[in-house]
Design a binder for this molecule. Structure first.
Ligand code: PEP
Ligand code: MG
Length: 536
């Protein structure tokens, strides 16, 4: 038995035959051509064919994995359009064949993307550029490619998988994806998550594993090749237990989150971006209680424009079709640093310049985000939430900026909704003045991660202090209860979106204290629903 360790992109257990992905061989030779114009025409014919194939893939992905994931094929179409100048130039200047000009163009574009060290998203697009080039080269050669039509279910191994390859596969035949390269940020990883198939990347399984028996453990990121008897037995049991758990939980899908005596709780999901929306739907969350919008900024090489943000918020709102989506405005600083913000080094970053404090001193950045949010509000059910509030004036100023933005949009005849406004309660100051704050907002969401950090004066990043970091500390629990009571005195609904919201040992207490909403990672939704439905 051999064991290989990689990074997990999606959890789950798969047992079956390993199959190496077959790729069309793409050896491109440089040949000299006499008729330059005919070669350019040949390129355009192949390009048109490739464009049509990409559109077909887009339609297939739209049907199978939704609009956000299908968008990568629009990116492919765009990359392909960008090829023209360079390909024609190489054919003309060097008098060479179209295949070579396309391969050369792809190499140059990939090298440019590889150099984007500060933009992991664009870096990861190298695979897409090569995928597009291989498609055109295949079409130049008459469109032949290797097929991967499996007759039995397999654990699929590849160096890397392009999104087009992932979508083209018959997913009922794939037990797991394992790639030697790739990142958990890649679209293939996102597609695997959406398709609900265990996936690992950066796992060095050798080509010789092809055809052998394998086990993929998506929880630990391990692959076992030719497992021994004891390992196989252990994993057969684990897989059975996992299937049983999934089955039980699936029975709770579509059911209300309500106690036997009729107390209802909204169970919402925490997300970092569009890529997580599939899980929200899959796990039957009633909405999104925390969209950490800073991920849009973290994934970008520069301040995301109003248009980019508008598109992201609108897509999430549309995909969630009317479900409530609480978008938290930018919360960077402390552990989330972004170079292009040019923030100074601080001795106490957790107590420093972060979240709403940045937004209220850099109002230009904040206004851009608010405009994008209000514009997107016309397309769904968006709420806006401000992080790290400690004072009444901060809420008043943030609300004033919302009013300014609304007035601007009205003057520009742009549609928006008068969205509910809420704040995070994650500082002891906010808990102590919760009555005053509740007068100003529609809802509270308790951020128990920071509330624990600030209540206990313990840096949440410092592993050495784990022993002292006790989210169940009576002071933290009392702060939560006080917040719920203060909110309810003023008709303000109260939720929890920190990690404690999914803590099964506290669910009953939260419900008994009258919590209105719990927001958590999507995979915790159904287990928490079960606890609530079992309560009297
Ligand atoms: C929290 O502090 O509990 C919270 C949800 O915010 P974050 O973890 O993003 O700081
Ligand atoms: Mg927080």
């Amino acid at each position: 038995m051999e064991v290989y360790k990689g990074s997990s992109s999606y959890k789950g257990i798969a047992i079956g035959k390993i199959a190496e992905m077959k790729k069309a061989s793409a050896v491109v030779r440089r040949t000299h051509v006499e008729d330059i114009e005919a070669e350019i025409r040949r390129y355009h014919e192949a390009k048109d064919m490739a464009q049509a194939e990409i559109m077909d893939l887009h339609a297939k992905a739209l049907k199978e994995v939704g609009e956000a994931q299908a968008e990568i094929f629009e990116v492919h179409a765009m990359f392909l359009d960008e090829f023209d100048d360079s390909v024609e130039n190489i054919i003309r200047e060097q008098g060479v064949n179209a295949e070579f000009a396309v391969a050369e163009t792809a190499d140059n574009t990939a090298a440019m993307l590889a150099a984007m060290d500060d933009n992991p998203y664009m870096q990861a697009r190298q695979t897409d550029v090569r995928d597009v080039a291989e498609r055109v080269i295949r079409d130049l050669n008459g469109g032949s490619g290797d097929s991967n039509n499996f007759t039995e279910q397999v654990i699929l191994i590849a160096d890397d998988l392009a999104p087009s390859e992932t979508v083209q596969l018959d997913k009922t035949m794939v037990l797991a994806f394992v790639t030697r390269e790739g990142s958990t940020n890649s679209h293939t990883a996102i597609l695997a998550r959406t398709m609900n198939i265990p996936a690992l990347c950066q796992t060095p399984v050798p080509a010789e594993a092809d055809g052998k028996q394998g086990i993929v453990d998506g929880f630990t990121g391990q692959v076992f090749v030719d497992p021994d008897e004891a390992t196989l037995e252990k994993y057969l049991k684990l897989r059975e237990a996992e299937e049983e758990k999934q089955k039980l939980l699936k029975e709770l899908k579509g059911k209300d989150t309500v106690t036997k005596s009729g107390r209802k709780v909204k169970l919402y999901a925490n997300i970092g971006g569009i890529g997580d929306v599939g899980f929200v739907l899959e796990n039957d969350a009633a909405g999104v209680g925390l969209f950490r919008s800073e991920f849009l900024y973290l994934q970008s090489g520069d301040f995301p424009s109003e248009e980019e943000q508008f598109k992201a918020y609108r897509q999430v709102a549309e995909m969630l079709g009317g479900r409530e989506v609480v978008v938290r405005t930018l919360d960077i600083g402390a552990d989330k640093q972004i170079d292009y913000f040019g923030l100074d080094r601080e001795d106490n970053p957790a107590l420093g310049y972060r979240a709403i404090r940045i937004c209220l001193t850099r109002e230009d950045i904040f206004r851009t985000q608010l405009r994008a949010l209000y514009r997107a509000s016309a397309y769904g059910n968006i709420d806006i939430m401000f992080p790290m509030i400690t004072s009444v004036w901060e809420v008043e100023r943030a609300r004033q900026l919302c009013e300014d933005v609304k007035a601007e949009l009205t003057a520009e005849h742009i549609d928006f909704k008068d969205v509910p406004i809420g704040i995070m309660i994650e500082t002891p100051a906010a808990v102590l003045i919760a009555d005053e704050l509740a007068e100003l907002v529609d809802f509270f969401s308790i951020g128990t991660n920071d509330l624990t950090q600030y209540t206990l004066a313990i840096d949440r990043q410092n592993q050495k202090l784990d022993r002292f970091f006790d989210a169940h500390h009576p002071a933290v629990l009392r702060a939560i209860r006080m917040t719920i009571e203060a909110g309810h005195r003023h008709n303000t609904w109260v939720g929890i979106c920190g990690e404690l919201g999914a803590d099964p040992d506290l669910t009953e207490s939260f419900v008994n204290w009258g919590i209105d909403e719990l927001s958590m990672s999507p995979s915790s939704i159904l287990p928490v629903r079960k606890i609530i439905r079992d309560m009297d």
